[in-house]
Design a protein around this ligand. Structure first.
Ligand code: GLA
Length: 746
């Protein structure tokens, strides 16, 4: 810890508090609560997380890092000393859930205003109880009847922690919660690199990496939903960012409403990450006996770089976050996604029975599993000016309802999916004409439109009931396997005039809770239906929505070269299983870039493959190539989307090359994708040293596209592939080139 020299007294105190004492003090082996020293301990995977109650009664973080021996134990947490009169111990101590009061100048986890104007809150430990895989720890204000229950759980395999808080007031008069985090995470002083994801519509998933500096970095959404601009995920690496080396602490917030994560390097260079509801425009009134529950903030630790951090997250998401259908309820993992065809880029709003049937016939020949009809099938929807809210089938386009199309899709051996955008309304719709009061608005103020639409106030019980009932009816009356659930704008004028003025800001919580409740109820009533979270692309991707949705649409940008960067960024936080990737037409509508069908296919095959091109125009050669690659994809899909991902060469920062490798959990198979952006000065593709194979086993390399590469098929040991490496053919040069290989254990 180099900073010890500079900040000797304060940092030394931190070091002392984390020192391991010689004698085991664990008194309750079931809960790992050391009642003598008041130390709580959670172990899972390669991780230990230790916190305790200091002599002042504050709950303080003690250790978060690589797993310690069961015999190791800790003395009672020691609060940090004052750092001069300007930063007292209340600020310098790494509290687990610091409330604003008593001179706190770092980011608070909780800030409350009381009816009498008092805004001082100091939480002290009161009690704990066991939870199935962790603890519930109760804190209470030193004076008021304000209670906070902190929930801690740890996943035994990955060591990923789940933390959240319930804030309860038993004060006779109402109090207002102005800021409420799910958790704060602390790291000791050090040199760190911060990684987070930023973007915009059609440009999501940029991995942003910067040296952590003194002060606060804020990543957030004030938009009412997750947002394209930042994603609620972070990773902090000790020293420089590295894919396979160095300690990493990472986290993801499970919330699809306005959120905020602050990453703060404080006065003493200690790092604190605090995340939860966005305090901007927040104010949740608690009457006596009421509670506010925060979202869950997941946090993990990896000893071996960003690569290991994302592999831990991927497995955790597959095993513990993503929902199951009735068909997969007893399976350890959700099933890989069907290969879909989606009509959006081919037809836009111009859908009708004959046109969709013709596309379905073409799609079936390619080996597509699921046919999805996108926007335009309902109400008076000719373009984006009308129809949202009117969820009846458009009679001109589908005179006999959806049944003939769905039946045809089934006859062709595919299942059927449909686009919906349930939380929105066009002012030009029957729904809005009947219920203008149903949208987010401040009475008498303008209602700002975006894409000619307004946001229904899903927090209202009547809106929630309407949305649930029309979706339930749609799924009951039609044999629909899949909904693409879209959300194409952010909030403006977020008023909820049914409530007293002081309580209207509840909308930030209740809207998203109702969204989750509707999704949960639909899945309960229709246990085989699958759902995609889409928000004009990747505007609503987070661990909250992923408890109820099987996949996401990462971006409206389907350019296969842009997708390499986006897919790279996406996989830092999310599993390739949920990363839908369509092959669309060339030249691409956004960049006017032309690429070969094979390049487009291989780019999309890195995630969950789909086709979104106008296949009515495809040539017999294109059909044959797509059919062959879809069949090849089906064979290796579980390895690609559920295996261990190694990002071998990153496409970011103008890289000439990129490469990924996935290895199945049982190490029987591996898949490698390689891409050349644009060969310069005759550079050959770098030698690829593969990862994660069984060194003693033999693997046979073959081309996924069925090409005969010099030297393939080739059989060699895992050790050979990992140490000697995979050498590309000399002829693999040019612009927008791609190749894919599989290695199968013999
Ligand atoms: C959004 C989605 C697209 C498509 C359109 C339909 O932009 O991201 O994939 O569904 O809406 O209007």
């Amino acid at each position: 810890m180099p900073l010890l020299k500079t900040f000797s007294s304060a940092i030394l105190a931190l070091t002392v508090s984390v020192a391991v004492s010689a004698q085991p003090q664990i008194t309750d082996s079931r809960t790992n609560f050391d009642s003598t020293n008041k130390v709580f301990r959670l172990d899972g995977g390669g991780v230990s997380y230790i916190f305790g109650v200091n002599p002042k009664g504050e709950l303080q973080q003690i250790y978060w890092g690589g797993r310690l021996a069961a015999t190791d134990s800790f003395p009672q947490a020691a609060p940090q000393p004052d750092w001069a009169s300007f930063d007292t111990s209340y600020t310098t101590t790494p509290q687990e859930y610091a409330s604003w009061g008593a001179g706190l100048f770092v980011e608070p986890a909780l800030k409350i205003s009381l009816a009498d104007g008092d805004r001082d809150l100091v939480l002290h430990y009161q009690s704990y109880s066991e939870a199935p895989d962790g603890f519930d720890v109760v804190l209470k204000d030193i004076h008021y009847e304000i209670y906070v229950t902190l929930h801690y759980a740890i996943d035994k395999e990955s060591g990923i922690l789940a933390r959240s808080a319930i804030i309860e007031s038993r004060e006779p008069q109402a109090v207002t919660v102005e800021q409420a985090a799910a958790a704060s995470w602390s790291l000791p002083a050090g040199h760190y690199t911060l990684n987070y994801l930023t973007g915009r519509w059609a440009g999501e998933w940029n991995l942003t990496q910067e040296k952590l500096q003194p002060g606060e970095r804020v990543i957030e959404s004030r938009r009412g939903s997750t947002g394209h601009q930042a994603n609620p995920w972070f990773a902090i690496q000790s020293g420089e960012a590295s894919e396979e080396q160095g300690e990493v602490w990472f986290g993801a917030l499970a919330w699809s409403g306005s959120w905020r994560i602050t990453i703060e390097q404080d006065q003493l260079e200690t790092v604190r990450v605090t995340g939860g509801y966005n305090p901007f425009d927040f104010g949740y009134v608690l009457h006596s006996g009421e509670r506010l529950e925060t979202p869950v903030f997941y946090g993990g630790y990896a000893a071996h770089g960003l690569g290991e951090a994302s592999r831990l997250l991927h497995r955790f998401e597959l095993e513990h976050i993503l929902p199951r259908t009735a068909a997969t309820a007893s399976q350890p993992l959700p099933k890989p996604r069907p290969v879909i065809y989606n009509s959006w880029e081919a037809t836009e709003f111009n859908v009708n029975e004959a046109g969709q049937m013709a596309l379905a016939e073409k799609a079936a020949v390619l080996g597509i599993d699921r046919f999805v009809m996108d926007d335009g099938w309902f109400g008076q929807r000719k373009d984006d000016h009308a129809g949202l809210g009117d969820w009846y089938v458009n009679q001109q386009k589908f005179p006999h309802g959806l049944k003939p199309l769905i039946d045809r899709v089934h006859q062709l051996g595919m299942d059927f999916g449909l686009w919906v955008e349930p939380e929105m309304v066009n002012p030009d719709s029957d729904l809005y004409r009947q219920h203008p009061e149903w949208v987010l608005n401040f009475p008498g103020r303008p209602r700002s439109e975006a894409r000619n639409q307004l946001v229904l106030n899903l927090a209202r019980p009547d809106v929630r009931a309407y949305v649930l009932s029309f979706l339930d009816k749609l799924l009951t009356e039609n044999d629909i396997a899949f909904l693409k659930w879209d959300y194409n704008r952010n909030w403006s004028e977020p008023g909820w005039d049914q409530l007293p003025a002081a309580e209207q800001k509840r909308v930030y919580v209740e809207f998203t809770r109702n969204l989750y409740a509707i999704l949960a109820e639909l899945r309960h009533r229709h246990p085989n239906v699958e759902i995609e979270s889409c928000s004009g692309g990747g505007g609503r991707v987070d661990l909250g929505i992923l408890r109820y949705t099987d996949e996401v649409w990462p971006s409206d940008n389907t350019d296969p070269f842009d997708r390499l960067t986006q897919q790279n960024g996406f996989t830092y936080a999310y599993t390739p299983q949920i990363m839908m990737a369509w092959v669309t037409d060339s030249p691409h509508w956004l960049n006017r870039r032309s690429t070969s069908l094979s390049y487009r296919m291989l780019s999309s095959m890195q995630g969950s493959l789909g086709i979104g091109a106008n296949i009515a125009n495809w040539t017999p050669d294109e059909n044959a190539l797509a059919k062959r690659l879809i069949a090849a994809y089906h064979q290796v899909q579980p390895t690609i989307v559920q295996g261990e991902l190694y990002r071998l060469i990153s496409p970011i920062n103008g890289s000439e090359f990129s490469a990924t490798q996935t290895v199945s959990k049982d190490k029987r198979q591996s898949v490698v994708f390689v891409f050349i952006h644009s060969t310069q000065e005759g550079h050959l593709f770098p030698l690829l040293k593969l990862k994660g194979l069984d060194p003693a086993a033999n693997y046979t390399l073959s081309s996924i596209e069925g090409k005969t590469w010099p030297g393939t098929p080739q059989t060699a040991s895992g050790a050979w592939w990992m140490n000697h490496g995979l050498e590309m053919d000399m002829g693999f040069r040019g612009d927008f080139q791609a190749a894919a290989f599989r290695l199968d254990r013999r």
